[in-house]
Design a protein around this ligand. Structure first.
Ligand code: AMP
Ligand code: ZN
Length: 449
């Protein structure tokens, strides 16, 4: 059966033909680890997990390589490290932030029924690969040094902008306000920038510095998947500039006509009809939702909408999702231990650009006594096991992290930095931790959820 996928590069649904059916290769941009992942971040994780499962069924488990990176170099991470651990050396503070956040992310997405990708590389483990790529771009005349930065020169690439279908003239017209004087073209972007002594940095031929965001994914995808691979995915906000710039770097470094054959982008998620934002108070982390809903209900709810459509995340639809899953599993009973597999109508629906609404209609059609086994196998293949105990609570509290935050808050109070101490108290409250300042100057805490 042929698999058809919508390709952002051509704006059409195309038949998927792997470059090497013995090794089907997919890269998906992973999280920047400075804070809890929100339910919008869960969308690409779930959607591409489903695609990973489908590819494994079609080509064989041993023949699919799925890479999803961890971005652990980013100025937002530095800011968070300074804020949360002002008394630690910066390196240690950064490691605290990225380790905790990455582990939280792994724990959260496992509960959403997502398989572990084949490789989950971290940017900080791939700095030499980035330096090599930047060196190649300089040698080939696609990059230049200016004002402490190495920049990619968009004018050096005739078809820059192909993925986002922007042309450079449009971009220049829009970029008049804050043109950086050191750039040859305002659309040129940073590959490497120098770090001051109190910023994280690595030695390079261009001085001690750190990579730009886009080069991280070019380096990691190249290392694990090669110069050209099959599928590259992420949310549609990444089309420009992130994916456009990944393409520019990789293609210009290796002189290839494409970086990945198929570019896939999931639509955005909003909550109860509104854009999710901290100021509106409707910002939902995966972890918070897991305190009230089984992970499998969150997964099912995500898959009810086709991945390219916008999704409106509502309590009503979560309740419907829970009822549907409960009814399926009431009929199926405990799932057999053996491997799952998609029933034909579900496989056909998924093979048509991951048509999950149609696949779910297929599940309903299987929901009858004579098809119980098929229904069970298919649910399993989709990542559902029937674990609907609810609520199963968020993660166990990490005592060391709580103690570190409390110590940071005490320091802030000593320095009469009340804004900071309040902020840390709120952060703890957000984690379900209530604190009490005792007369002897110590702070006690308890879990409140
Ligand atoms: P970020 O950490 O912001 O780079 O996002 C990680 C992934 O989540 C990217 O693939 C984003 O496109 C995706 N993403 C972020 N916000 C949303 C949202 N509200 N709906 C769907 N996907 C999102
Ligand atoms: Zn990326």
């Amino acid at each position: 059966m042929s698999l058809r996928l919508y390709n952002t590069l051509t704006r059409t649904k195309e038949e998927f033909v792997p470059r090497d059916p013995q090794n089907v290769r997919m890269y998906v941009c992973g999280p920047t680890v400075y804070d809890f992942a929100h339910i919008g971040n869960a969308r690409p994780v779930i959607v591409f997990d489903l695609l990973f499962r489908l590819l494994r069924q079609v080509y064989g488990e041993a023949h699919v390589t799925y890479v999803r990176n961890i971005t652990d170099v980013d100025d937002k991470i530095n800011a968070r490290a300074l804020r949360d651990f002002p008394n630690l050396p910066l390196n240690e503070a950064i490691r605290n932030v990225t380790e905790k956040t990455a582990n939280q992310f792994f724990a959260d997405v496992a509960k959403l029924g997502c398989l572990e990708p084949t490789v989950q590389p971290r940017a900080t483990d791939n700095i030499p690969q980035m330096i090599t790529l930047i060196g190649m771009l300089l040698t080939r005349g696609h990059a230049y040094q200016a004002a402490g930065e190495v920049l990619f020169s968009v004018d050096s690439m005739p078809d820059y902008g192909r993925l986002s279908q922007r042309n450079l003239e449009d971009q220049q017209a829009g970029a008049r306000i804050a043109v950086d004087a050191h750039k040859k073209n305002p659309a040129d972007f940073v590959l490497w920038k120098l770090s001051s002594d109190d910023e994280p940095g690595w030695d390079s031929p261009w001085g001690r510095g750190r990579p730009g965001w886009h080069i991280e994914c070019s380096a990691m995808s190249n290392r694990y998947l090669g110069e050209v691979f099959d599928i590259h995915g992420g949310g549609l906000d990444l089309i420009f500039p992130h994916h456009e710039n990944e393409i520019a770097q990789t293609r210009c470094a290796f002189g290839t006509p494409v970086m990945a054959n198929i570019w896939m982008h999931n639509g955005f998620l909003q909550v109860e009809g509104q854009k999710m934002s901290k100021s509106l108070g409707n910002f939902l982390t995966i972890n918070e939702l897991l305190a009230d809903w089984p992970g499998e209900v969150l997964r099912f709810n995500m898959l009810r909408t086709h991945y390219r459509q916008p999704i409106d995340w509502t309590i009503k639809s979560l309740e419907e999702s829970r009822r549907t899953l409960e009814s399926f599993f009431n009929n199926v009973g405990t799932l057999h231990a053996e491997q799952g597999g998609f029933a034909t109508p579900v496989l056909e629906a998924l093979s048509d650009d991951l048509n999950t609404p149609k696949a779910i209609a297929g599940l309903h059609a299987l929901d009858r006594p004579s098809a119980q086994n098929e229904l069970g196998q298919t649910l399993k293949a989709l990542g559902f096991t029937g674990n609907l105990a609810s609520p199963h609570g968020g993660d166990a509290v990490d005592d060391t992290f709580v103690e570190a935050l409390i110590a940071a808050r005490l320091d802030a109070r000593k320095a009469k930095n009340w804004a900071e101490s309040d902020r840390i108290r709120d952060q703890l409250a957000g984690m379900g931790i209530a604190i009490k300042d005792d007369k002897d100057g110590t702070t006690s805490w308890e879990v409140k959820r």
